[in-house]
Design a protein around this ligand. Sequence first.
Ligand code: SAH
Length: 230
Amino acid sequence: MESLVQVNPDDIYVFKGKRLRLVNELRRLGISDELVLQAINRVPRHLFFDPHTAVSALLEHAYANKALPIGSGQTISHPFTVAFQSQHLNVKPGMQVLEIGTGCGYQTAVLLELGVKVYSIERQKKLFDNTRNLLPLLGYSKAKLFYGDGYQGLPAFAPYDKILVTASAPQLPKLLLKQLKIGGQLLIPIGPSDQEQTMYSFIRTSEVDVKGKTLGKFNFVPMLMDKATD
Ligand code: SAH
């Protein structure tokens, strides 16, 4: 959290202004859910990077609409992608949401701002530890964070209203569907890791049936098997 100390108090207003510009850009790109836009407007994206990032770099990149490195070879998702997934998840306050791929916790924070109960799984230990420390410092202490393999889901707290996968799977992970409520939704990018992936929304319509639709092309980091210790 050193960057907090280094930031000139005036920068707070600079970041707020940049955030507002980002929100307007997202609106232009087709994000229309005002609650999602308001949530993005509240989450200080520049504080989700490595605390040693220079303020000048934060000023330049933190609110650009692009994916950026967060350490351990992973990225913080593109703001448009976070907004798009948040919008298509169509959450209501109080819903129980499982997120696969906590990363730096930015999407987790946006979900918390939308008033849902968030359970989130990360497979990389270092990222998990960093994010577990960071989120409470930013006031996001309500998320329940787990170090584990998202392919297994989190049966202990199932069933979920929504499951959001923020890494791309080569195919539909069947175990996740089983952890949805009937009527619940799984939002997941599926496809080969070396090409664009397709965003799918699946609704569990009965014990055994799902109804799926596609929502466009995206680029995600791959959803990998098993926990990693680094
Ligand atoms: N939600 C993040 C996105 C981070 S990128 C954000 O707001 O920016 C995707 C994350 O998924 C990475 O941190 C990666 O380590 C994690 N991941 C990949 N495969 C996983 C798996 N099987 N289980 C849990 N997390 C996984």
